[in-house]
Every structure is written in structure tokens, then in C-alpha cells.
Design a protein around this ligand. Structure first.
Ligand SMILES: Nc1ncnc2c1ncn2[C@@H]1O[C@H](COP(=O)(O)OP(=O)(O)OP(=O)(O)O)[C@@H](O)[C@H]1O
Ligand SMILES: [Mg+2]
Length: 227
């Protein structure tokens, strides 16, 4: 984290159990204001559990979470209400805030304007992800947690969405915690990253440093990193 900045999110020694199974086993993580941080790791490592615990959906067995701002999450699999219109799905994201205008989201994703009256379930996966990101933005978060941005999407759409996230981060200083299967993408757009394996942080540091780590290259980048 950049020195001197007060962290927006601090997670200390977090332990989460599902029954007898330990999903998170002493996780430490921090996200600074206006930072873009990646969380990568294999299936079942505990990435969604970490986001869900920070969001308050899952109760920790031990540890401490300090969140100094508003969080909104783009959940894994998007979780839109398929029978509701795009616009009604967007409005649901504003449940905690006074300002429920959808205009800013349409400015960001102009394509959604023509889809506003469509049922969310009838949209393509990429369009649904735009709605899911838009819905989270309606909550005017200081920290946007995105669980699997690229899940099931064509590479070109992923690139477009990733550019939008970077742009939001640069323009409004919104911090982003990005959970991604595509480690290459995550390390490209985030300045720092954590690698989580079996409920523990295995590695963390500046993305540049992780990109050149042989461990990360072998496990997550499919060999040597190419510019
Ligand atoms: N509700 C639940 N009840 C019991 N076990 C669970 C529950 N949710 C997750 N787990 C288990 O906790 C572990 C971590 O799961 P989690 O979904 O956090 O992993 P993940 O890193 O998000 O994986 P993926 O990349 O597949 O999304 C896994 O072993 C999973 O089976
Ligand atoms: Mg997950």
C-alpha cells in the first residue's frame, strides 16, 4: 500500500469456517484509498469467502475487518434479478443512498440505455456484467469489490470492462478490489496483488514484482510473462 495513506479496508488475521472446514485461515489484506488491488488464486482458495465476509454476508470465526467507507460488491455470477428490467436492477443498487438517478451509469455504459426496459435475464453475459457493475456503482462505493469480472465473457468484453474500471479508479478515485481467474489481466490493471491459496495469503506485493516471480508465472501465468 502507498505509504502514508490511510487504508480504506484492513483485514487482520481473518478466520472463516463453514462447519468443520476452514475457508480462511488467518488472512491479512489491505486496500488503500484509490488503490486497485487484485486477489488471485485457484478455485476454492477462499476469494469469494473473503469478499463475502468483508461485505458482511459471512460471519468470521476470528479476526478483524475495518472498512472506512462504503463498499459495493459485484457478486460472482452477477446475481441479477432475471425477471426484472435492467433499470430496476440498477435501482436496487442504490438502496443505501439517497441519489437513485441512473443517469451516471448510462453515461458510463451508453449501451445500457437501449436495454433499459429489457428483462435482465434476456441479456448477453457481457451486458449482464455491465448491469452488475452498474448496479454496484449505484451504491456510490468508495471501494468496489468485483468477484470474477471475466467469468464467462469474451476477451474483448473483458478488456472493455477492465478499461471502464481503470477509468473509474483514475477519475473518481474509487478503490477496486478485483478477484480474477485471469491473473494476467488482474496484474496488468492492478498496482498490487495478493495470491491466496487454501485460505492463506501465499504471496503479496506490487504487481510488477509478482509478475516476475517464477512461482506466479508457473501457477498463474502459464509460463513466462510476455509484455
Ligand atoms: N456456503 C458454504 N458452505 C460450505 N463450504 C463453503 C461454502 N462456501 C464456500 N465453501 C468452501 O470454502 C472454500 C472456499 O470457497 P470460495 O468460494 O471462497 O473459493 P473461491 O476462491 O472463491 O473459488 P472460485 O475460484 O471457484 O470461485 C471452498 O472449499 C468451498 O467449497
Ligand atoms: Mg469465487
Amino acid at each position: 500500500m502507498p505509504e502514508g495513506s490511510e487504508p480504506l479496508l484492513e483485514v487482520h488475521d481473518l478466520v472463516v469456517r463453514y462447519g468443520a472446514a476452514t475457508a480462511l485461515d488467518g488472512v491479512d489484506l489491505a486496500v488503500g484509498r484509490a488503490e486497485m488491488v487484485a486477489l488471485v488464486g485457484p478455485n476454492g482458495a477462499g476469494k469469494t469467502t473473503l469478499l463475502d465476509t468483508v461485505s458482511g454476508l459471512v460471519a468470521p470465526a476470528a479476526g478483524r475487518i475495518e472498512l472506512r467507507g462504503r463498499l459495493a460488491q459485484v457478486p460472482e455470477g452477477r446475481r441479477l434479478f432475471p425477471e426484472m428490467t435492467v433499470e430496476d436492477n440498477l435501482r436496487l443498487g442504490a438502496w443505501r443512498v439517497r441519489d437513485r438517478r441512473v443517469g451516471p451509469v448510462y453515461e458510463l455504459f451508453p449501451h445500457l440505455v437501449e436495454l433499459r426496459r429489457r428483462k435482465a435475464g434476456s441479456l448477453s453475459c457481457g451486458e449482464q456484467q455491465m448491469v452488475a457493475v452498474g448496479r454496484a456503482l449505484m451504491g456510490q462505493p468508495d471501494l468496489l469489490a468485483v468477484d470474477e469480472l471475466s467469468l464467462g465473457l469474451a476477451p474483448q468484453i473483458v478488456d472493455t470492462l477492465a478499461e471502464h474500471l481503470q477509468d473509474l479508479n483514475r477519475r473518481s478515485g474509487m478503490a477496486i478490489l478485483l478477484v480474477e481467474q485471469n491473473a494476467r489481466l488482474a496484474l496488468d490493471i492492478c498496482s498490487r496483488a495478493y495470491v491466496i491459496e487454501a485460505g492463506r495469503i501465499a504471496l503479496s506485493g506490487p504487481s510488477e514484482q509478482l509478475r516476475s516471480s517464477p512461482e506466479v508465472q508457473a501457477a498463474y501465468l502459464g509460463g513466462a510473462y510476455e509484455e
